[in-house]
Write a protein that binds this ligand. Structure first.
Ligand SMILES: Cc1cc2nc3c(=O)[nH]c(=O)nc-3n(C[C@H](O)[C@H](O)[C@H](O)COP(=O)(O)OP(=O)(O)OC[C@H]3O[C@@H](n4cnc5c(N)ncnc54)[C@H](O)[C@@H]3O)c2cc1C
Length: 442
């Protein structure tokens, strides 16, 4: 039994500089029952496919595999689904992927379809408004509660798929046998294929040689305003631009409104654990901004305000390891963390899940060369999609976080009112991943 971590083994559980600022709300949905892996003294349990992480990428991947007839086991370190992050805006490419894995309509019925976009300056002046119908026909935008998204994905998995309180702490290649995974409690599993969906600070990605994501110089506050008697807003995304700071809010449902603030900060800053302090810090940033934003923030319970330093990883060819090696493959933020400036991180994780499921259809349990080919195809196809998007999201963020007053004036008086065109700006959402052919179809 391995107890120390030296090359080529890796200690997986280094605390992340970012993790303490995330204070996810824990929910306890209908628990998936799982028989823990064999104990330390036994032979490792053998599995064909193990997914590490029950976030959006992990659950969507497990569901995608299930749709094509492949059974997987999902290891999640938390004792329940994690819901930090309040809400996410999903665009039409994300909805297409959700349709592919069979949960699109169930989610659609719970969240408002957003009709357009309004941009304002920090003094409340309207700079521009857009209608999706007129300027980006066919676009589908909804802000979705992360909790509901995760619960919905989990609810479609076969019983016993997710193993909670299963924190991966050690990983080692075992030649052609597969990859040995050891959990915190000492139980072990030998997996033919490991799909790492363990998020932005993925321990598995580090083990594969990926660098830590880079902090990009701005942080985000997020929250969810609650309106038990009904929220008063039109179904539009509202952006407000200041100097070195921007904010936004978007109705999620008839009673909930998601908001965010993105602000420049030379470092991720001290970890703040007091929820009251976090909310006050967020409010202090925008005291003189439009009252509507302040109202949404005031209506937010403290425990649903979170602060996240934003980070990404650029997958330079030749410098970055491949997404797949020796039966281990990375998916979602574990591979391509990107800044949220295009609202594409989760959308791309969903696309990854569908593409990987489609490539692995019919090859699991068969010849290893076929699995390798499937993983290689996944890597190539997805790299071409996510690498440019990561860079684009970063550049858009840098432009929007301008501090220089002359440049901000140009942005507010010329760029936004006269130059921005919504259709071309949302071009990246036109991506259509291949349709998943359900198991049993020819
Ligand atoms: C401020 C902000 C706003 C965003 N807005 C949007 C948006 O509007 N639209 C959009 O599409 N995207 C958005 N994103 C991006 C989106 O949140 C991520 O891309 C998405 O959550 C990635 O999902 P994931 O499953 O890859 O990772 P995660 O959600 O981080 O899931 C990783 C899972 O792995 C588990 N795990 C980690 N380590 C281990 C271990 N050792 N053993 C077992 N389990 C482990 C974790 O507990 C977690 O459950 C935003 C991100 C931020 C920061």
């Amino acid at each position: 039994m391995a107890t120390s971590f030296s090359s080529p083994l890796l200690h997986l559980l280094r605390p992340s500089p970012f993790s303490a600022s995330l204070r996810p709300t824990r929910i306890t949905p209908e628990r998936r029952i799982f028989t823990p892996f064999a104990g330390p003294s036994d032979n490792p349990r053998k599995e064909e496919v193990v997914v590490v992480g029950a976030g959006i990428a992990g659950l969507a991947t497990a569901l995608s595999l299930h749709r094509v007839g492949v059974r997987s086991v999902v290891l999640e370190q938390g004792d329940s689904l994690r819901t930090g992050g309040t809400s996410l805006t999903l665009f039409k490419n994300g909805w297409r992927a959700l349709d592919d894995i069979g949960v699109g309509d169930e989610l659609r019925s719970q969240f408002l379809q957003i009709q357009g976009l309004v941009m304002r300056s920090e003094d409340g002046r309207e700079l521009r408004s857009f209608s999706f119908k007129e300027e980006a026909p066919g676009q589908e935008v909804r802000a979705v509660e992360r909790r509901v998204l995760l619960e919905t994905l989990a609810s479609r998995l076969p019983p016993n798929t997710i193993s909670f309180s299963s924190r991966l702490k050690y990983i080692e290649r075992q030649g052609s046998e597969g990859t040995l995974l050891e959990l915190d409690d000492g139980s072990r599993v030998l997996a033919k294929l490991v799909i790492a969906c363990d998020g932005v600070h993925s321990p598995v990605a580090k083990w594969m040689g990926f660098s830590e994501p880079n902090y990009v110089g701005h942080c985000a506050f997020r929250g969810l305003g609650l309106y038990p008697d009904g929220q008063p807003f039109k179904p539009t995304v509202n952006y407000i631009y200041g100097r070195g700071m921007r904010a936004g809010f978007v109705p999620v449902s008839s009673t909930k409104v998601y908001w965010f603030i993105c602000f420049n900060s030379p470092s991720p800053g001290p970890r703040t654990s007091d929820p009251y302090v976090l909310k006050q810090e967020a409010l202090d940033l925008v005291r003189s901004w439009p009252q509507e934003l302040l109202d949404v923030m005031q209506k937010t319970p403290e425990d649903v305000v979170i602060k996240t330093p934003l980070a990404d990883r650029w997958l330079w060819p030749g410098f970055s390891p491949p997404a797949w090696a020796n039966g281990v493959v990375v998916v979602g933020d574990a591979w391509h963390p990107m800044t949220p400036n295009l609202g594409q991180g989760a959308c791309c994780a969903l696309e990854d899940a569908v593409v990987l499921g489609s490539k692995l259809r019919g090859v699991i349990g068969g010849r290893s060369e076929l699995i390798d080919q499937a993983l290689s195809d996944y890597t190539q196809e997805r790299w071409a999609r996510v690498f440019p998007l990561t860079i684009r999201a970063n550049l858009v963020g840098s432009l929007l976080q301008w501090e220089n007053p002359v440049v901000c004036s140009f942005r507010n008086n010329i760029m936004i009112p006269k130059l921005v065109r919504l259709g071309p700006f949302l071009e990246h959402t036109n991506f259509e991943c291949e349709l998943l052919e359900p198991a049993g179809s020819p």
